[in-house]
Design a protein around this ligand. Structure first.
Ligand SMILES: [Mn+2]
Length: 313
């Protein structure tokens, strides 16, 4: 709360605020960004620019609506607010983050590196959007139906529609309050959970059929660059399939390995029926995330062994 007071002072003093979402954006980082955009413009009367280095998938465009998210930093701003970014590298704009401009870091990842000048980080929150709900509720700020939709979209996304263990009593209460503020649940569910291209279905089919359970209770699957190519899907369309893999009663954790087009292997891990901290496992490979959901990237290729392993470059 002390940090938040400092942030509020900084926001009140600022003329032009830049809101930055993380690369490979999801509904939490974009929902948080557009919500802040609306509130800073309407309630604080600021000039605001929303930025995300990577393009948005079509399923997130209902969140941006008429707002523009640009891929480059604007000129002449005097405050940066990052939302849902655990490291400054995730913004891509590391030089700007190291400049004299104040950076306010709003995030919920336990692995956040506290890179901001002001850090508002709550690892107990289910999502960055849930944090924003609490913050602006305490300020008594009223906002539009669309702003409520932005927040609920982030909460739906990061809780896997209230199925992940980060869902707490307060999360349901917040969701209920956002519904009574007019949040459009139908559009959220349709876009985030009920929209899949035929290419994505084929990709998921390959991932599911590659699944293997090893003798140590780990379920592993993989997708090679060639297999990805055969489906015509984009690598980002892998998002979500791991939740289907992570359903086998005998598995304590799940790992999905995928080759990207830059000669790297992306590893995605989920803790299943056990208390394995997958973020500490991923940290050993230079990655990170949450206890129950984490990832890493290493240069190399996937090779078939007993199951599969990574041949590091
Ligand atoms: Mn998040």
């Amino acid at each position: 709360m002390q940090e938040f007071k400092k942030a509020l002072e900084k926001i009140r003093d600022a003329n032009h605020i830049v809101l930055i979402s993380h690369r490979h954006p999801d509904a939490d980082t974009i929902g948080a960004n557009i919500f802040m955009h609306i509130v800073l413009e309407n309630n604080f009367h600021k000039k605001v620019t929303s930025v995300c280095a990577d393009p948005l998938p079509a399923t997130l465009l209902f969140i941006t609506d008429d707002f523009v998210i640009q891929s480059e930093m604007p000129k002449n701003y005097d405050c940066i607010i990052t939302v849902d970014c655990s490291t400054k590298e995730q913004t891509k704009f590391t030089n700007e983050m190291d400049s004299k401009i104040t950076v306010i870091n709003i995030d919920h990842h336990a692995t956040n590196t506290m890179y901001g000048d002001i850090n508002i980080v709550d690892p107990l929150a289910a999502s960055a959007t849930e944090m924003l709900y609490t913050i602006f509720e305490n300020l008594g700020i009223k906002y539009s139906r669309h702003a409520a939709t932005c927040l609920l979209a982030g909460i739906y996304n990061d809780t896997g529609s209230f199925m992940h263990s980060n869902t707490q009593k307060g999360t349901y209460i917040t969701a209920g309050e956002l519904q009574s503020k007019g949040a459009d649940i139908k559009t959220i569910v349709k876009n985030l959970f009920k929209t899949q291209s035929i290419e994505q279905l084929k990709l998921w089919g390959k991932v599911l059929s590659n699944a293997r359970l090893n003798g140590k209770g780990t379920l592993v699957s993989k997708i090679s660059a060639d297999e990805l190519d055969e489906t015509n899907a984009s690598p980002r369309e892998l998002a979500g399939v791991i939740n289907y893999l992570n359903c086998v009663p005998e598995s304590k954790m799940t790992m999905l390995l995928s080759e990207d087009l830059n000669g790297n292997v992306q590893g995605s891990m989920r803790s299943g029926n056990g208390d394995i901290d997958v973020s500490s496992l991923c940290e050993q490979f230079g990655g990170g995330g949450h206890k129950k959901a984490a990832g890493f990237t290493i240069p190399g290729k996937i090779v078939s062994q007993e199951f599969w392993r990574i041949n590091a470059a």
